[in-house]
Design a protein. Sequence first.
Length: 329
Amino acid sequence: MSGPRVLWVLLAVVVLVLLVAATTSAEVKISGYTQVRCADTSIEDDDCEFDIRRCMLGLSTPVNDDGTEIRLCVNLGGLDDDDGEMNLEDAIIIHPLSAEWKARVGYSDAVFGYDLPCSSSRRLPLERAQATRLLLPGGKDTGVYCTYTPQSTRNGTPSVILGITNDIEDVADWFDEHDRSYAFVGGLRWGLPNKGQAGISYMSSKREGTIGGTATEWDDDIWGAHVRYNSSSNFAFQGEYLAGNRQEVGVSGWYGLLEVKPSNSRATAFYRYDTYDDGDVDDYCRHTLGVALEVGAQSRVTLQYEDIDDEGVGGSNFGLQWQVSYASR
């Protein structure tokens, strides 16, 4: 085991000890989940590999009587990879400004659309849609968000999201040397019956750096519209459309997800179609079909198959995943 990997492991052990010690406080909540996956793909190689895809461990706790809360989360899933890294997932402070307004400061998922902020433990397909992954690479940002949640939604008043950030974190990888980036984020959300949601989102970004020694600057933007409909019977639908400029090239993509759970069944069948147009002649298209089985309390096994056309190059993915969620009581 390499030196850096040993340090990561030691740090992970320290974090675990602190989290266990923190459970002595009734106000501290420990939560997370682990996803162990066996995947076989014909796109990159044909080898069947086991992987700890995600191993999330987090805590949240109030810090004063004013309602201020901190949330911390790390992902230990990378410790079984060659680089042996532990990744920070959340480090935020949440503070109520009034009965309806809250401020969030720190590092976490960007508050944009539905697919991105939705936890991977809740999503039935094993990974996010291609448009989400490419237009919002990595999905993390550091900044300040203010959110408005009306106490009553009977008159159709939406919740409001406003933010200014250092832009999506992985955008820095587009440059040989990244100088700076910042983004403005806005959104509206309307609640639907059975915890459904409809909304619109917008992000405007300014990105600066050098590529091949040449100063490069991009003024990009993204807008999106989404809906999540949960029926009172046995099916749900989720759809989202994204469009804008990526490196000042017009791009767009969308997905539609259908979930069906038969009555008195622990299994939910799902189908998702997603597509992404990066401005070239050919598009990315993917069909995802699977079934998620609740095998116990906070335990789910997912079997999934994907058929992919990546701009004229065909391929398929097969995945089997066991997810276990955990929370302090």
